[in-house]
Design a protein around this ligand. Structure first.
Ligand code: ATP
Length: 255
């Protein structure tokens, strides 16, 4: 059920710190709309991952409020962490990891359905993982592991997907598969993606947020060179991984 403001998540004056008197997120306010595609960029340590974790409900704001529409959305958030944070030494096969994403959805409702291989196998085909379903995850490349984590998030039928640097260290085949899967998902759910990778900023991106503790958000109909210039003119000290930083420009306020 859609609320009257056509918003799925409202982030209102949210602040967060891991330690007292050391805020990582400062008074952040923005909204996510039903088919939004929001890319978040900013310097290392600027709080992008922290913000995703706060939105995913893994961290609690010390001030401010996050409202989910409908409230049940809070339990349907798909979060794909940076794959380097996943311990690939776990003794699991690709299929096992993908099926882990189903646990939240099915374990209390219908455990037998949670055990079915049909859905994960279909999804694996889409992500070109079907030939390696029995492979231990310890033997996967970075791009394959990233696709497995994406499959694990999608299988749970999320109402929104949050990605943390999904295209970092992946090859062009994985990147293309990722872009086409995201395109398909974005037809019915919002996507929020943290990235340092300018080439991951697809045409479909609707908003770009620049953050360094504070967050500035721009509406973009189309990501043009001009837009990218505007984006990299955000109040950040440095955009890492080879993307040039620019002289600071003013922002017309936050959305
Ligand atoms: N669990 C934690 N405990 C204490 N401090 C943390 C923790 N996680 C992150 N931080 C600190 O919070 C700040 C923001 O980190 P975060 O990972 O959110 O930034 P980021 O913008 O995602 O950075 P990057 O672009 O390098 O991934 C950093 O100074 C980091 O050291």
């Amino acid at each position: 059920m859609m609320n009257k403001t056509n918003t799925v998540i409202e982030i209102h004056n949210v602040s967060f710190g891991y330690r007292p008197n050391n805020l990582i997120l400062k008074n952040i306010s923005f909204t996510i709309t039903p088919r939004d595609y929001l890319v978040i960029i900013g310097p290392n340590g600027g709080g992008k991952t922290t913000l995703l974790r706060v939105i995913a409900g893994l961290l609690t704001p010390i001030r401010g409020k996050i409202t989910y529409h409908p409230p049940s959305l809070e339990k349907k958030i798909g979060y794909v962490p940076q794959f380097s944070n996943f311990d690939q030494n776990v003794p699991l096969r690709v299929l096992d990891v993908i099926k882990m994403g189903n646990l939240k959805k099915y374990c209390f409702l219908s455990p037998s359905r949670g055990l079915s291989d049909k859905e994960p196998v279909e999804l694996a085909k889409k992500l070109k993982l079907d030939s390696i379903l029995d492979k231990p995850v310890s033997e996967l490349s970075g791009g394959q592991m990233q696709r497995v984590l994406i499959a694990r998030a999608i299988i749970g039928d999320p109402g929104i997907l949050l990605f943390d640097e999904p295209t970092a260290s992946i090859d062009s085949e994985s990147r293309q598969i990722f872009q086409s899967v995201i395109h398909e998902l974005n037809q019915h759910i919002p996507i929020v993606m943290v990235t340092h990778d300018a080439s991951a900023i697809a045409q479909e991106v609707k908003h770009i947020a620049c953050m360094n503790q504070e967050l500035y958000i721009h509406d973009v109909g189309k990501v043009s060179e001009e837009t990218l210039e505007k984006v990299y003119g955000c109040p950040v000290d440095l955009i890492a991984h080879g993307v040039p930083h620019r002289v600071l420009k003013s922002h017309n306020g936050r959305r």
